[in-house]
Write a protein that binds this ligand. Structure first.
Ligand code: RB5
Length: 147
């Protein structure tokens, strides 16, 4: 997980889990950019998905993490951005496989779906797993061509 910069964002429904993930990443000495939201006031997840995706496509961060109530709205918003391959995951297998096979660059989590321990395990796998390339590269290239 070393030497990666992670950008993270959430809406009001993902605030508590985002704060825990930020603390978890910092404990592991991973550089984190937190683009908000920072309060419990109701907000629109699309705005924070946009901020995270801009940081990833702009090269300020290697990978992004987005947290909302379900992870679904965030993944829909993130996948509207060229160059973003966002995956809403609810288990460790998916979090690992989406790096290995899809070269996902944004992980979307639902605070109302997963607990803190599972979320941190998914984050560790997502951040610590590298894309396999090989036969998966042409598929990812075809995905990117849809942008
Ligand atoms: C907010 O209530 C909720 O709709 C949002 O966090 C997210 O789950 C949408 O997909």
């Amino acid at each position: 997980m070393e030497n990666k910069t992670i950008v993270i964002g959430c809406d009001h429904a993902g605030l508590s889990l985002k704060q825990k993930i930020v603390a978890h990443l910092k404990e592991h000495e991973i550089e984190v950019m937190d683009v908000g939201t920072h309060t419990a006031e109701s907000c629109n997840y699309v705005d924070f998905a946009h901020a995270v995706c801009e940081a990833v496509t702009g090269g300020q961060a290697d990978l992004g993490i987005l947290v909302c109530g379900t992870g679904i709205g965030m993944s829909m918003a993130a996948n509207k951005h060229a160059g973003i391959r966002a995956a809403a995951c609810e288990n460790t297998f998916s979090a690992r496989m989406t790096r290995l096979h899809n070269d996902a660059n944004v992980l979307c989590l639902g605070e109302r779906v997963v607990g803190y321990g599972l979320a941190c395990d998914m984050v560790d796998l997502f951040v610590g797993t590298e894309f396999l390339g090989g036969r998966h590269q042409a598929r990812v290239d075809a995905l990117n061509a849809l942008d």
